[in-house]
Design a protein around this ligand. Structure first.
Ligand SMILES: [Zn+2]
Length: 381
């Protein structure tokens, strides 16, 4: 099943293992970046590491057997799915003892991981939802308007409208002033059509909220149409499309996705640029994993900027919940620290929990030169 909306996350959240352990599995299967062999190898390693970890758990034999059952199911299902699937990521959720199984195809490659817990690990799904801004694509001709909703690389028609606008006056068909009068009347019809279209767009935005609006108008009419839009929508107007009313949805989708990717790249570049500028002037920013984690421990991080899928193991003091890259003993309480599989992921979760924001940056970027991770810091009280 394709991962498409929040309700799928909610369904997984509702599932309760009732004390049992359940397995969440995520695999990056983005064939634009990885070869089939690399994906298969990553899956094999991930599952063999998970098996070792499951066997070493301090849990009853029943619970561990259930986890081993999950791993077998994932291996079997993965072998079947990897070949034909074109999704950029796969997620499996399994509780073999209760015969619960749920598979999702993801539009974006997640970090590879296997998590055992009493409930399903859904944060990567939430992160994917956040990554995709819902888009409304609107294509307008002189008589028609069509709205599409684009979410997570999928398109669906939202609405359409037809106005009674007469065709253009053919040259030489009318004499002088009569032709001008008719042109003006047609112009009034067209303005009316644009006005209705703008109003309908506003109504739709309340029913199906979107972050970005992309508009395509026939005959270069965009400058005539756009002033009719509500100021709220003009703020969201981010791209003009070449697509036309008669184009198949797949074509509108392709053009919209290209525009979306371009906007996202620009957004990321701006974020990294701001961070670098702040770092260079010695302002409220940190870079590199060590300093970023240190600032996080000090409750100084406002916003985390992290290279997509950047991952590193680390350690945590179980008493203080302080993160370390490599301290075997907590320097504060002298207790033995515990291993965390991915300190970057822990940092992301901590920032979100404290109400901060996290921006993901697609590599390669300027952030690579700053250790792949950084943060905007809070003003000190
Ligand atoms: Zn401690």
């Amino acid at each position: 099943m394709k991962f498409q909306n929040r309700s799928q996350i909610e369904a997984l959240t509702k599932f309760k293992g009732q004390g049992d352990l359940v397995t969440s599995f995520y695999l990056d299967t983005d064939k634009s970046r990885l070869s089939r062999k690399e994906i298969q190898l990553a899956m094999k390693n991930l599952l063999s590491e998970a098996k070792t970890r499951a066997c070493a758990l301090k849990a009853s034999k029943d619970k561990i057997d259930s986890l081993l059952g999950d791993i077998d199911l994932i291996a079997g299902h993965g072998a079947q799915t990897l070949g034909p699937a074109n999704a950029a990521g796969l997620a499996f959720f399994s509780h073999s003892r209760k015969q619960f199984w749920h598979a999702l195809e993801l539009p974006h490659g997640p970090r590879n991981r296997v998590i055992f817990d009493t409930n399903f690990y859904i944060r990567p799904l939430a992160a994917i939802l956040e990554k995709y801004s819902p888009i409304c694509a609107l294509v307008i001709s002189r008589r028609e308007a069509r709205w599409y909703e684009i979410a997570m690389n999928e398109i669906r028609p939202l609405d359409e409208l037809e106005s009674d606008v007469p065709g253009r006056v053919r040259e030489g068909g009318f004499e002088g002033t009569a032709a001008k009068r008719i042109e003006r009347r047609i112009d009034a019809h067209l303005q009316d059509h644009f006005k209705r279209t703008a109003q309908r767009t506003f109504d739709l935005s309340k029913k199906h909220p979107f972050d970005w609006l992309f508009v395509g108008c026939e005959n270069d009419h965009c400058p005539d149409f756009e002033p009719h839009l509500h100021a709220y929508l003009r703020d969201r107007l981010k791209a003009r499309l070449k697509s036309r009313v008669g184009d198949p949805p797949a074509k509108v989708l392709q053009e919209a996705l290209e525009a979306e990717a371009k906007l996202k790249r620009a957004e990321e570049k701006e974020t990294v640029g701001k961070l670098v500028a702040e770092l260079e002037r010695g302002g409220l920013a940190a870079s590199g994993l060590r300093d970023t984690i240190h600032r996080l421990n000090q409750f100084e991080v406002q916003s985390l900027v992290v290279t997509h899928n950047f991952s590193k193991p680390g350690r945590i003091c179980p008493t203080h919940r302080i993160y370390y890259l490599d301290e075997l003993k907590c320097p504060v309480c002298d207790k033995k620290t515990e291993i965390v599989q991915d300190i970057v992921d822990e940092a992301i979760e901590t920032v979100l929990k404290r109400g901060g924001t996290v921006k993901h940056v697609t590599p390669p970027s300027k952030l690579d030169r700053y250790g792949g991770i950084g943060a905007f810091l809070k003003y000190k009280a």
